[in-house]
Design a protein around this ligand. Structure first.
Ligand code: SF4
Ligand code: SF4
Length: 74
């Protein structure tokens, strides 16, 4: 499990829903912007993705995409 959590700061409206919801305290507020502060703590529950009203959050498990990075399966 290798979580990659990203926030599109342009889309984010700073509603703070993700900060309140995330069970792993991945998000934080700094300089009035939402940041991904503890990406390694993410438990990949994916709760924040549909919650975000502006679709600003993306979450993926890097290990699940390992074969997208040029690994030849033949
Ligand atoms: S839920 Fe979405 S819009 Fe709201 S603070 Fe988090 S990233 Fe920004
Ligand atoms: S997927 Fe779950 S644990 Fe990870 S950042 Fe989103 S709400 Fe937090």
């Amino acid at each position: 499990m290798k979580p990659i959590v990203k926030i599109d700061i342009i889309k984010c409206n700073r509603c703070l829903l993700c900060v309140d919801l995330c069970p792993a305290d991945v998000f934080t507020i700094r300089d009035n912007k939402i940041e991904v502060a503890n990406m390694e703590s993410c438990i990949l529950c994916y709760g924040c993705v549909p919650l975000c009203p502006t679709s600003a959050i993306s979450v993926e498990d890097k290990e699940m995409n390992i074969y997208d990075e040029g690994t030849d399966l033949k």
